[in-house]
Write a protein that binds this ligand. Structure first.
Ligand SMILES: [Zn+2]
Length: 502
């Protein structure tokens, strides 16, 4: 049996083995982009203790010949704050080789919740309390947390108050962000298309991002406009970096809507220019031409009427991913529902929002493949799924992001080498988000590992069947413990809460 927790170490010793686990003869990816090199990797307890030719025996011996051994993938862009508690095995991520996640993106985090939210069990009073809950009842993956500007603003001002903060409110928000930084949050996130993020004037964001900057943490942002206003959004983000010195991570870098296609060449040039001027600006991306968000957001922003931050959408481009009260709507487009109901697509959208509210998540066909590849090839881009773990037909990025990058984009399309692709989902991600000793295969690093077949690894999920198991992933270990083997979860939950380390 493979190691399942602290007893594994003692077990290996008592059988006379030198190590708990040795994976032999795999092509090892270091996580920082060095060429693959055949080596044995030995693990004792939760750490990698030898890389090279390993003489001693492992309590568990794995033959890695013909396979790639990489650091476990780090999903830097998730909305898994609640899911990782409710379903701690977190199979959607584990089975795609993911060993660590960053929650709290796009301005929404599980903490700080206002008193009422905490009282009805919808959140935590602080990031510290959340991380402690994960320490006490571990998940299968490691979890790091961003604190969401929207959650901070909601707990001080409310969700729908369309006004600037008063001095007193601003200092209350600053105090909450400071507390999150002390608690080990890896940064502050914003969601500037959503309520309440869109009500925040630039000065409020500057004030709060300044708190993250003082802690050395990140500011991640779902910008105000990813459609025809993309370049203005990048300019606003770069201004914020100039004013605060904060390290900036642009969320899901894309050009959304036909009118915006091609703008990524210029947005990447703006990122390059900012970096050349001494600022620290990067981005993350999910590997699909379709996005996913709240239907309510689309309707309120007027996107079905030809305007809004995602550009213009037709009802045929909008597929229902989650409809908790009407699962029979999931997997169908607004056009299909409109035909059934004898109305037009906008009326169908209004009906869905009236019945589902913020519970309805949709998948949107808004991007072009050339832009996705252009962004991915650029060195400023890390990989994050942006998966939303709700409903029966979630966007397939939830289950398939990392195998898709390695299979479709690296192997088949040649957007970048396998080693580079891996580095953008492991070592570079860990350094950017302050996850010490993660994301690398080297002596002393945590034994977060994934063993996969480089000729086979692939996404298998589609928009109508999105929750399948990806192909080609043999084994996944978190902190030295096997969490998945041959596409099956082992049930082990060795994950830890990760706190920011500068
Ligand atoms: Zn977002």
């Amino acid at each position: 049996m493979e190691g399942h927790g602290p007893s594994a170490y003692a077990g290996a010793m008592s059988t006379g083995a030198s190590f708990d686990l040795v994976i032999r003869g795999a092509a090892v990816a270091d996580g920082l982009g060095a060429p693959l090199a055949i080596a044995d990797v030995a693990v004792r307890g939760d750490r990698i203790v030898a890389v090279g030719e390993v003489a001693g025996r492992g309590g568990v011996e794995i033959d890695g010949a013909g396979k790639v051994l990489a650091p476990g993938f780090i999903d830097v862009h998730t909305h898994d704050d609640w899911a990782v508690l409710a379903e701690p095995q977190h199979a959607c991520k584990v089975l795609q080789g993911c060993t660590s996640i960053v929650v709290g993106n796009c301005g929404t985090s599980i903490a700080p919740g206002g008193e009422q939210v905490v009282a009805r069990g919808g959140g935590f009073e602080s990031i510290g309390a959340y991380l402690e809950a994960l320490d006490n009842d571990p998940a299968s993956v490691n979890t790091a947390a961003l604190v969401g500007h929207g959650s901070v603003r909601t707990s001080v001002i409310g969700l729908r108050d369309n006004r600037p903060a008063t001095e007193g409110e601003l200092s209350a928000m600053r105090a909450l962000v400071e507390r999150a930084m002390v608690d080990g949050a890896v940064g502050l996130s914003s969601g500037l298309i959503y309520e309440p993020g869109k009500y925040a004037p630039e000065a409020e964001l500057v004030a709060l991002a300044g708190v993250a900057a003082a802690a050395g943490a990140l500011y991640t942002t779902h910008m105000r406009n990813e459609g025809v206003g993309l370049l203005d959004s990048i300019a606003e983000t770069v201004r914020l970096a100039e004013q605060t010195g904060v390290r900036v991570q642009i969320s899901h870098h894309k050009a959304s809507g036909r009118g915006a296609w091609g703008l990524v060449t210029q947005s990447l040039a703006l990122i390059d220019a900012a970096c050349a001027a001494g600022l620290d600006v990067m981005a993350d991306q999910y590997p699909y031409t379709r996005g996913s968000t709240l239907l309510e957001q689309i309707v309120r922003a007027g996107e079905l009427h030809g305007f809004g931050p995602e550009g213009d959408l037709t009802p045929a481009q909008v597929l229902i991913g989650a409809a908790p009260h009407h699962p029979e709507w999931e997997g169908r487009t607004l056009t299909e529902l409109a035909e059934e109901w004898g109305c037009d697509g906008r009326a169908a959208a209004d009906r869905v929002v009236a019945e589902e509210g913020r519970g309805c998540i949709v998948v949107l066909d808004t991007m072009t493949e050339a832009d996705v590849e252009t962004v991915m090839a650029h060195p400023s881009t890390l990989i994050g799924s942006d998966g939303i773990p709700l409903g029966g037909k979630p966007h397939p990025r939830l289950h398939h992001t990392f195998p898709r990058v390695l299979g479709h984009y690296a192997r088949e399309k040649g957007v970048f080498s396998l080693e580079t692709a891996i580095s953008r989902m492991t070592g570079l991600s860990a350094r950017r988000f302050g996850l010490a000793d993660r994301g690398e295969v080297r002596e002393g690093a945590y034994a977060d590992l994934v063993l996969f077949d480089p000729d086979v690894i692939a996404d298998t999920g589609t928009f109508t069947d999105p929750t399948t198991v990806p192909a080609g992933i043999d084994r996944v270990w978190v902190n030295g413990v096997c969490v998945a083997a041959d596409g099956e979860h082992t049930g082990a939950r060795p994950g830890r809460a990760l706190r920011f380390s500068r």
